[in-house]
Design a protein around this ligand. Structure first.
Ligand SMILES: *Cc1c(COP(=O)(O)O)cnc(C)c1O
Length: 473
């Protein structure tokens, strides 16, 4: 068996290399003195160049917005300007110790301004940047709602969730200990009559997404707000679709009590493959005492972390959340400014409507009136399933749209082009889709050009292979 050697001589502080056991160099295990690594790793004997080629070729198999069009509905895969990344890599931010509050003044100021920007954009009164993703923001927001009701001596234990909601909504409510009560959609919107029947003195909150996951603006939002508030419940707003509204409408003006933002979606951080994210929570005045602590505040002699919040639900993340993502969002908002953000939303809506119109002849969009930043088509009247269309698109260099979600549309293809795509890209994409639909036979067995063809998805979900030893089996 070959031995992994820490080669200080040649590769300086950086390199590991694999060498024969008799090589008179420092033994990695002895060098690191790690009792858990007594077993030497059984690694293949390969050169650095081979390792570089292996990982570089794997990295080229990644798909990103920087390669190609990525119309993954609900995820807002817009272009992430490189200036955001550059700022997040500045040593002034990256290399300060998170406990050295004096040295952190710049970072705290960025957080404070970001909180203010988000408050202004959303119409909420206070914001915490701690939650690490949208779903984490949901959990945080629901914990705030729970704390609020408990504080008032009320044991409300039901959360109402529309059937068009993202799966994280009912999951977060259940995780927080609430009973999930589903309310059906009617014509793609929350069914008001059913909502009236579902609210009661048990209702802690309604979770609502607006525009909803069909890309439609819940036009009865004011009535919905009144029904829930009259019953003593609060409104939780899932802000994942804020990309349709920036500078146009504010959740805070729709009667929302608490909401989350998905900084990685709306405010541009690369987030394929599940991370990293940031899901700040915004609240109205009456919920401010319950925000996670510490809160960044501006004092007379600089910015401070305020831990003195007796009603706070506590910490929900280590230190200050995903600061790198917050920093990217800060740069993004600063560069675009008030008018730029509004324009981004207007273009996102325009692009979705343009693409929908281009596909009108070939794909039906069941709930089509009032499309905002995304739309949900169905393939049920074509020769292909949504999955077959999605797999075929991969061969043409496109990322697939979201499929089979929301659940209320059969054979759903959820398409969100975002504002950063040109009309030409959308036209090419529409042509490709038409081509695919014209040649259904080839698509039945697609993808043909991907490293992995059709995976057994049920088996992958039921029996995931997560360790090296499972691969050997
Ligand atoms: C993405 C999304 C979420 C969850 O956000 P994460 O940041 O992925 O945890 C919730 N609701 C909707 C509508 C979403 O699109």
């Amino acid at each position: 068996m070959s031995k992994l050697i820490w080669d200080r001589g040649r590769a300086g502080r950086r390199g590991f290399r694999v060498a024969k056991p008799q090589t008179p160099e420092v033994d990695l295990v002895a060098y690191l003195g790690n009792e858990h690594s007594q077993e030497l790793l059984d690694l293949p004997e390969v050169s650095e160049l081979d390792v570089v080629r292996h990982y570089t070729s794997l990295s080229h198999k990644n798909f990103s917005v920087d390669n190609n069009f990525y119309p993954l509905g609900s995820c807002t895969m817009k272009y992430n300007p490189k200036v955001n990344d550059a700022a997040s890599q500045m040593s002034e931010f990256r290399e300060v110790h998170p406990l050295a509050v004096d040295a952190l003044q710049g970072s705290l100021e960025v957080m404070h301004i970001t909180q203010e920007y988000l408050s202004k954009i959303s119409g909420m009164d206070a914001v915490s940047l701690q939650p690490l993703a949208g779903a984490h923001g949901e959990l945080t927001g629901l914990m705030i709602i729970q704390a609020y009701h408990r504080d008032r001596g009320s044991e409300r234990d039901e959360v109402i969730v529309p059937d068009s909601a993202h799966g994280t909504n009912p999951a977060s409510a259940a995780m927080c200990g609430f009973k999930v009560i589903e309310v059906k959609s009617k014509d793609g919107m929350v069914d008001i009559e059913e909502l009236r029947q579902k609210v009661s003195d048990k209702t802690a909150a309604l979770m609502i997404t607006n525009p909803n996951t069909l890309g439609l603006f819940e036009k009865n939002i004011c009535e919905i707000e009144k029904i829930v508030h009259d019953a003593g419940g609060l409104i939780y707003y899932d802000g994942a679709n804020l990309n349709a509204l920036m500078g146009i409408v504010r959740p805070g003006d729709m009667g929302v009590d608490v909401m989350h933002f998905n900084l990685h979606k709306t405010f541009s951080t690369p987030h394929g493959g599940g991370g990293p994210g940031s899901g700040p929570v915004g609240v109205k005045k009456h919920l401010e005492p319950y925000l996670p602590r510490p809160v960044v505040v501006k004092g007379e002699d600089g910015f401070k972390l305020d831990f003195d919040r007796p009603k706070s639900i506590g910490k929900v993340a280590s230190f200050y959340g995903n600061f790198g993502v917050v920093l990217r969002a800060f740069v993004y908002m600063t560069v675009l400014g008030k008018c730029g953000l509004r324009k981004a939303s207007e273009l996102a809506v325009l692009n979705a409507n343009y693409l929908k119109a281009l596909l009108e002849d070939v794909l039906d969009v069941p709930y089509s009136e009032g499309t905002m930043h995304e739309f949900v088509a169905t393939s049920k009247d074509t020769d292909l399933t949504a999955l077959e269309i999605a797999k075929s698109l991969l061969d043409y260099g496109y990322h697939a749209p979201t499929v089979y979600f929301p659940l209320i549309v059969h054979e759903a293809l959820m398409i969100e082009p975002t504002e950063t795509e040109s009309p030409e890209t959308l036209e090419e994409f529409a042509e490709t889709l038409k081509e695919i639909l014209k040649n259904p036979e080839r698509s039945k067995s697609a993808p043909h050009l991907m490293p992995i063809k059709r995976a057994d998805e049920v088996k992958a979900a039921r029996h995931p292979v997560l360790t090296r030893s499972q691969i050997a089996e």
